[in-house]
Ligand binder design. Structure first.
Ligand code: GRF
Length: 222
């Protein structure tokens, strides 16, 4: 694994989506406002119908659809993704609602410069239906985690977490909407740290400003 990631950063990011693209929109808005000093060089979707493709096109960003249904194996799909990204000088890859499990074919070349957002307080609730699982378990809070991606699903080192209270009679849909609001704050922030070379993944784990991050990452103030 490289631990010099970002040392040649040009601020070029690629964003991978599968659906609505509200996190993509948060990145577009953060770049436009100057909160995130980056260039979104490429948006890739595995789903030709992803609404996020239109958001990217509206913002003048190059888009590409790599339809996973046209690939028999995960590895060949991942190789196509890697090839597409390698044509751009990408410093950071952002998975934003990208609903494909990635293999080492993709993860290894981008290890240390690949972030994901997962709608739970990892290590709780990896996988799907996270908000319903938190409600069913009687938890009094849910949340979201931005983490580095490693080959194990939803278990790379956390960078930042935001917590959202679960209310009496809450539903997964209502909770997801509230979590979505904080997703849009913490994800561009994590990207900014990375591109400023403050955030790194080394063999020792994730660090910010040279300090090892705690188990859940930075806790975003509620
Ligand atoms: C978000 O809830 C994110 O946490 C999860 O997928 C959803 C993506 O939403 N990984 P959007 O496409 O960014 O609106």
């Amino acid at each position: 694994m490289t631990d010099t990631v970002g040392s040649t950063s040009n601020g070029n990011i690629a964003i991978l989506i599968s659906g609505t693209g509200s996190n993509l929109q948060a990145f577009i808005d953060a770049v436009a406002s100057g909160q995130l000093q980056a260039k979104i060089s490429l948006v890739i979707s595995n789903n030709p119908d992803a609404a996020g493709l239109q958001r990217a096109a509206d913002a003048g960003i190059e888009t590409l659809c790599i339809n996973h249904r046209e690939y028999e194996h995960r590895e060949t799909f991942d190789a196509a993704l890697t090839n597409a990204l390698q044509k751009h000088d990408i410093d950071l890859v952002i998975l934003a609602g990208f609903m494909r499990i990635l293999t080492p074919v993709f993860i290894e070349p981008y290890l240390g410069r690949l972030l994901n957002i997962h709608p739970s307080l990892l290590p709780k609730y990896p996988g799907l239906h996270t908000h319903q699982r938190a409600i069913d378990a009687g938890d009094d809070e849910a949340g979201v985690t931005v983490h580095f991606v490693t080959p194990e699903l939803d278990s790379g080192p956390p960078v930042i977490q935001a917590r959202v209270a679960i209310g009496e009679g809450d539903t997964a849909v209502a909770l997801a909407a509230r979590v979505n609001v904080v997703e849009h704050k913490i994800y561009p922030l994590a990207a900014q740290w990375f591109l400023q070379r403050r955030l790194r993944l080394t063999n020792e784990g994730a660090s910010l400003d040279g300090e090892a991050l705690p188990e859940g990452g930075v806790q975003y103030p509620q």
